[in-house]
Design a protein around this ligand. Structure first.
Ligand SMILES: Cc1cc2nc3c(=O)[nH]c(=O)nc-3n(C[C@H](O)[C@H](O)[C@H](O)COP(=O)(O)O)c2cc1C
Length: 308
């Protein structure tokens, strides 16, 4: 997730997941510039040895540029390269990138062919069901993906127009999984270990991709392996402090870290509205850390469960 799953966040998830860490995917990186991956993107493409095999995700709409960026991702050590055909943000999709690729399937096919030809590592595709409810094209996308040698298709069960509204349509994801010859990963609204396991059982997907729930419950991967694993209040307190440490170690300025701490804690503290408000009102990094240290343990010992 862009603006979320950078190296410090993934390090946190990995530490909290013990040996149950998922396949990590980078934030999406643009392949639209004259140099394929700029220095900022190269920074965003960094990953730890412990994250291997790692997947670098790219977006764009030019077959040549995406082929070049895919090669660069492979040279950086990515074990998989993924094309994003799902981002609904207007500044991305309106230019024909992300979910915008679903409006021009011949170009999608051309891009996949060019990327496939430029790399030896497996090529993945992540997409939505279509642009809007009148132009659902996931069946065609599956055919194209299979024809162009894509090895894994992740389907977010919403259209571009839906954004994040409504619920992901898991019935359609299940239909795609049933007819696909390649691996299909289901995505959308998996917010608990139980839902992840149910989705794999009920919809025949090879796995699930989990996005937003990692902010609400960073222990979700641990709980998928061990559903009875409860999270203790002091673990929640320490995880936030550890996230802060990981960001500062990676060169975040305190103001940047504050933004990310609020991003995590606003979801983590959803079951504690008063405490959440207090934390979100903190004006600087020091104030946040003081409040967190003084208040969090008592707040989390109230009846509360992570992810609720
Ligand atoms: C802030 C934010 C950033 C995202 N960035 C990306 C991205 O870079 N690449 C991608 O494939 N999906 C991205 N997504 C979409 C998620 O990966 C996922 O498909 C979507 O949120 C639905 O899954 P969920 O219900 O598990 O969150 C992003 C979502 C959010 C909320």
């Amino acid at each position: 997730m862009s603006g979320v799953t950078d190296l410090p966040f993934r390090r946190l998830i990995r530490e909290l997941s013990c040996d149950c860490a998922p396949l990590f995917v980078s934030e999406f990186l643009p392949a639209g510039n004259s140099v394929f991956l700029t220095s900022a993107n190269l920074r965003a493409a960094r990953f730890d040895r412990e994250e291997e095999p790692f997947c670098i995700q790219l977006f764009g709409h030019s077959a040549d540029k995406l082929a070049g960026a895919a090669l660069q991702a492979q040279e950086l050590g990515a074990a998989f390269v993924e094309l994003n055909a799902g981002c609904p943000a207007p500044k991305v999709a309106k230019k024909g990138n992300g979910a915008g690729l679903l409006k021009d399937l011949p170009n999608l096919a051309k891009i996949l062919r060019a990327m496939k030809a430029s790399i030896k590592v497996p090529l993945f595709l992540k997409c939505r069901l279509g642009w809007d409810e009148n132009s659902i094209c996931i069946n065609e996308v599956l055919e194209i993906a299979e024809g162009e040698g894509v090895e894994q298709l992740t389907v977010h069960g919403r259209t571009k127009e839906q954004g994040y509204k409504g619920l992901a349509d898991w019935n359609v994801i299940g239909e795609i999984a049933a007819k696909a010859k390649i691996s299909v990963i289901g995505n959308g609204d998996i917010n608990s270990a139980e839902k992840a396991l149910d989705a794999i059982r009920d919809y025949g997907v090879k796995g699930v991709a989990i996005g937003r729930a990692t902010l609400r419950n960073p222990w979700i991967f641990l709980q998928i392996k061990n559903p009875s694993r409860k999270v203790k209040p002091n673990e929640v307190c320490n995880a936030v402090l550890r996230y802060n440490e990981l960001m500062l170690q990676d060169g975040f300025r305190p103001t940047q870290a504050l933004g990310r701490l609020k991003q995590l804690t606003s979801r983590l503290c959803q079951g504690l509205p008063e405490f959440r408000l207090k934390i979100l009102r903190c004006e600087n990094h020091d104030e946040f850390l003081d409040n967190w240290a003084n208040l969090s343990e008592s707040a989390f010992s109230l009846p509360y469960s992570v992810g609720s």
